[in-house]
Write a protein that binds this ligand. Sequence first.
Ligand code: ADP
Length: 306
Amino acid sequence: MDWMIFGVMASVAAVFFLWKVHSTKREAELFADQVEKALDDILSGREVDFPDVSEDTLWGKVSEKLGRTEKIWKQKEEQSKSEKEKMKELIGDISHQTKTPIANMKIYLELLEDEEVSPKARAFAAQIGRQTDKLEFLVQSMIKMSRLETGAIQIKKEKADIFDTITKAVAMVVPKAAKKDICMCLEEHSKLFVYHDRKWMEEAVFNVLDNAVKYTEENGRIEVFVKEQEFFIKILVKDSGKGIAEERQAQIFARFYREPEVHDQEGIGVGLYLTRKILELQGGYIEVHSEIGKGSEFCLYLPNER
Ligand code: ADP
């Protein structure tokens, strides 16, 4: 009889144990589902249906913390949006307010040209003219940089012939290259349709080409190739110029960086920075291979999206 009672009790205990294990597993699965759904909703910006805060369950406690985290996250997002808006307004003001004084300085310099002045005064006026142009370029470049950084300028990618964009950039530097008797070669290519922002890509390629002309001696050579790779379209600009020392190659893409020996050349050190930024905003990148005295190769990569 005792054995029977013991057997029944053991069976009840075993059933209870199995039920407990089963229900704990179900609770854990339910909890994991709830957390996953809440995280999905937060990440996709949907309204999250959190339970009553007073609910004294594990899910109640976790969801209360998730709710607080979401609130802080949203506040920070709002704050960053409003800071960006303020920055855009400030840039707009700077752009607007500096236009008139610079334009006026140019007008007065033109008026001065018609006046009888000493050769010394004329030389000073020419200097002021050059500095005014530099100031105008500097202000415009700074505005462009901050607009790209704050997202005030939207990169608009469209399916277009990249070869056509490159040809336009090449055409802009041909006169300058001709003055230095630099041979400019653009490899023939059939149309290559790829998603890119035509205006900004033209500027990116132009910046690299303009440098190639600037930093290549007379009678030098500049070649441009377009290569289609599996994941990227590679635009290669190769020059026979002065080259860049290896230890400086990473720095040349930084804002306002100029090598010490090029200070007599025009420029403010933003061309490569802008080019890098323009490529990055399109999902691409830029690299350089160069050797002092032998020349440089700049490779611009655009995602091969067709
Ligand atoms: P900038 O030309 O106005 O100085 P960039 O940002 O375009 O500014 O270039 C940064 C620096 O990188 C230049 O000052 C120059 O020292 C170096 N550099 C760029 N392109 C070349 C090139 N093709 N050959 C040699 N040096 C170059």
